[in-house]
Design a protein around this ligand. Sequence first.
Ligand code: ZN
Length: 332
Amino acid sequence: MNITKQLTSCALAFAACCLAASGATPPQLRIARFAGDRAAAISYTFDDGLRDQYTLAVPMLNEAGFKGTFFVIPGHVAPSIEEAERKQDAKRAWGGITWPELREMAGQGHEIASHTWSHRALPKLAPEEVDAELAKAFDAIKTRIGRPPLTLAFPFNQSTPETKAAVLKYHVASRDYQTGVGGGKTTVEWLENWTDKQVRDRAWGIIMAHGIGRGYAAFTDPEILRDHFRHVKGRAHEIWVDTFANVARYVKERDNARLVVSSPIPGRLVCVLSSTLEPAVYNVPLTLVIEAPVVTSARAKRAGGELPVRVVPGAIQIDAAPDKDPITVTWH
Ligand SMILES: [Zn+2]
């Protein structure tokens, strides 16, 4: 049992103890596994900055209302559209997106993340070369996009404990597993089965794509990706789609959080959801769930402000980032 569960259990046990005398049922409070208390999470990640990711994948993501993560190689990003097109036709079509296009994508809410400066296999490099690959990419993205890259995908998905530790000097997370898509195997049915499995396993599924309509690992038909997005969008009640950085931070916050409940009575509860993580970075709201079978309305307040609250069948959901101030929830 981890510390969060222990503390939550203690709080619930305390609540149960106090309420036993009154004969009332204590409200049960927990941190949801994923945002919105959904069964699974999916992050769509796109590597190497191939041109079709901008021309095809981004419009499809926007149509579905999804935010994607683009692991780009700053040392290879195209300086102009002419150069981008030329790159797309090269054998290694790295960097077919331009900086203005990446800025546009960031402005739409997509994550522009690091795939290192020049896509060298990090385990083969000396520590100072690894640091240079990470630092140059970090600085270039921060300067060109206006915000630092929060996460990184390893070139060739190759890493060691040492390179993973080096990455955490600059980023909140590295992509340590993924499902590669593209080519003949990736049909609509294959993607549907994969999606079912994420829900069944209550997993965080991470898709890795390269080419979309052209280039390596392209889909046999780009519309396969659009169909898949529509399928997943139709399952929004059970699947949370968000950027790699947002899900990574949610998971880290969730696993680090301390949830202490005081004075829970039917219709009212006060809790503190805190964390030892850096609040300026780890500010993705966690979903708190109160199991309250018959509720018509609910409110949650913290430090004088209202928090987002949803009343769903049998439960109240509150979105709150870890913070020192107590949260007061009332419902009837
Ligand atoms: Zn790559």
